[in-house]
Design a protein around this ligand. Structure first.
Ligand SMILES: *Cc1c(COP(=O)(O)O)cnc(C)c1O
Length: 236
C-alpha cells in the first residue's frame, strides 16, 4: 500500500513531520514551552524494520502494547538507542518479563502488578512507572485504568520498590466523549497527584486523533501511532 511513489522511509519521515508540526502548533497555542511535550511513537503491529527507520529519523521513544511482540522487537532493535514504553494491558504473570526490556511501563493500574514489575528489573537499572487512570464511568465494559481514588495506594506501592521510579500518570480518552472534557478531568486528577508526588510530573495522554486536546490539558507525553505509521495492519 503506502503513498504512491514514496519509500517507507519517506512515508515515515512525512508522518513524523506532520505530527511534530501538530505537537509544536498545539504547544504554542497552549502558551507552553516549545519542548515541553515528548513524542512516543506507537509501533505496535508494525515490523522492527519500521522501528529502525524511525530511529534513523531521530525517534527515541517507542510504544508497544503486546508483550510478546514488544519483547521480540526490543531484542531485534537492541543495538539502537531506544526507550521502550509499554502501554498495553498487563497480566501479573507477564509483568516481570516486561520490566526486562521496558524503560517505562505506562499501564500500571492495579496493586498486583507492582511487586512482579519490581522483581523483573535487571540489576543496576530502574524502570519508570506511570499509573494508568481510567476516565470512563465506573463499571464501563472493557475499562482499563485505576479509579482516581485508587492512585494513592498504587503510588505508595511503586515508591516502596527500589527498582521502580514513580513517573506520573497515563490515560486514554473514552470513546465517544469529547476529548477536551475527558482530558480536563484528567488535568484535575494530575494536579492533585503532582501536589502529593512532585517528582512524578509526567502526564501521558493524547493519540493520533486527540493529541491537541491532550496538549491543551497539560500532557507532557503524547503516544502517536497511526498518524505516523499509517493504518494498523489487521491481525487475527
Ligand atoms: C495504540 C495506542 C495508541 C496510539 O493510537 P493511534 O490512534 O494509532 O495514535 C496510544 N495509546 C495507547 C494506549 C494505544 O494502545
Amino acid at each position: 500500500m503506502g503513498v504512491e511513489g514514496m519509500s517507507r522511509r519517506e512515508e515515515l519521515a512525512h508522518g513524523l513531520g506532520v505530527v511534530r508540526d501538530r505537537i509544536a502548533a498545539a504547544t504554542v497555542a497552549a502558551g507552553r514551552e516549545p519542548d515541553s511535550v515528548e513524542l512516543v511513537v506507537v509501533t505496535k503491529y508494525f515490523p522492527a524494520s519500521d522501528v529502525r527507520l524511525l530511529a534513523e529519523l531521530g525517534v527515541r521513544h517507542v510504544g508497544e502494547n503486546r508483550h510478546q511482540e514488544a519483547e521480540a522487537k526490543a531484542a531485534e532493535c537492541a543495538d539502537l538507542d531506544l526507550r521502550w514504553h509499554y502501554i498495553g494491558g498487563l497480566q501479573s504473570n507477564k509483568a516481570s518479563a516486561v520490566a526486562a526490556y521496558a524503560g517505562v511501563v505506562e499501564s500500571v493500574d492495579r496493586l498486583k502488578l507492582v511487586a512482579p514489575l519490581g522483581r523483573g528489573v535487571p540489576a543496576g537499572r530502574v524502570v519508570d512507572v506511570l499509573l494508568q487512570v481510567s476516565l470512563d464511568p465506573p463499571g464501563s465494559a472493557g475499562r482499563a485504568g485505576a479509579d482516581p481514588e485508587a492512585l494513592e495506594t498504587l503510588a505508595q506501592a511503586v515508591e516502596a520498590q527500589p527498582a521502580l521510579r514513580l513517573g506520573g500518570l497515563m490515560a486514554v480518552a473514552p470513546l465517544g466523549e469529547d476529548p477536551d472534557r475527558a482530558f480536563a478531568r484528567l488535568a484535575g486528577v494530575h494536579q492533585e497527584f503532582v501536589a502529593r508526588h512532585p517528582p512524578a510530573a509526567v502526564l501521558s495522554a493524547g493519540m493520533s486523533g486527540d493529541l491537541e486536546a491532550a496538549v491543551r490539558n497539560g500532557a507532557t507525553h503524547v503516544r502517536v501511532g497511526s498518524a505516523i505509521l499509517g493504518p494498523r495492519p489487521v491481525i487475527q
